[in-house]
Design a protein around this ligand. Sequence first.
Ligand SMILES: Nc1ncnc2c1ncn2[C@@H]1O[C@H](COP(=O)(O)OP(=O)(O)OP(=O)(O)O)[C@@H](O)[C@H]1O
Ligand SMILES: [Mg+2]
Length: 297
Amino acid sequence: MSSNDIVVGLDIGTTKICAIVGRKNEYGKIDILGMGKAESAGVTRGVVTNIQKTVSAIQEAVKIAAEKSNVDIKVVHVGIAGQHIKSLRHRGVIVRGNGEDEIGNEDITRLVEDMHRLVMQPGEEIIHVFPQEYTVDAEHGIKDPIGMAGVRLEGNFHIITGQVTAAKNIYRCVTKAGLQVADLVLEPIASSEAVLTEEEKEHGVALIDIGGGTTDLAIFQDGIIRHTAVVPLGGNIITEDIKEGCSVMRKQADALKVRFGSALADEAKENEIISIPGLRGREPREISVKNLAYIIQ
Ligand SMILES: Nc1ncnc2c1ncn2[C@@H]1O[C@H](COP(=O)(O)OP(=O)(O)OP(=O)(O)O)[C@@H](O)[C@H]1O
Ligand SMILES: [Mg+2]
């Protein structure tokens, strides 16, 4: 098995850090060889806030994934998310010397490089530049202009930016964990690659990933990425409300939510009671499923 065919993804999430090892098969798809997961304690709303805890969790997840897949993991593709992520649209233009020459990859590269030269707000950097559609002279809505003739090539681009410090902290954690970063990928983009089909993207689709600390969004239409966003809200805020509302520990609150939670209080059974063992010999606590649903709702 060639090591070039091995790809490792690392998801630094708010509740868990996950490493997954795959191998590209002969059809260009990825076979999963192994996966490792560790509880994440150093990440807040998708952003690393404690380096040491994050490094330990990365090491733990990667160790499990390495054992399961029997692959010596050295290089990883890492996801990035968090409230600091912004997306914007920008238009670029190049005027070509000879309109008879076919538009080639070098023209597209020039346009993309121009986008990378855009001046960002202080402390922000460009993470991705995705071409949306091109205009060649008067012809609009071209997805692939390569091979066409034209003097003026215009492109619309979806640009994703993030905070330099957030990205640096990810690099720092991964490096301290003894690994090398192959690239940083915006999480909703990575999820879209994993779960959406080309037909769905063509037809129009919104991908929503509700995590612990963030909710990621990616919208596609006509096969083009139209919008991406990372909202700093996730399942953890419901867990926190249950923790406060029922006076229980966070772990218990999360288990109550996952096992007995319902988002619609009217549909919860009136007289169903959950008993939670008391700490150190204290009386057990009783919580009604209806009340739990009211808190969630
Ligand atoms: N069956 C379930 N019903 C409701 N919530 C659930 C269920 N299973 C998991 N959750 C919640 O999902 C959240 C964790 O999701 P996930 O593992 O996608 O987050 P993450 O990737 O660690 O975080 P993020 O992507 O926000 O950084 C937690 O709040 C957890 O309580
Ligand atoms: Mg996540």
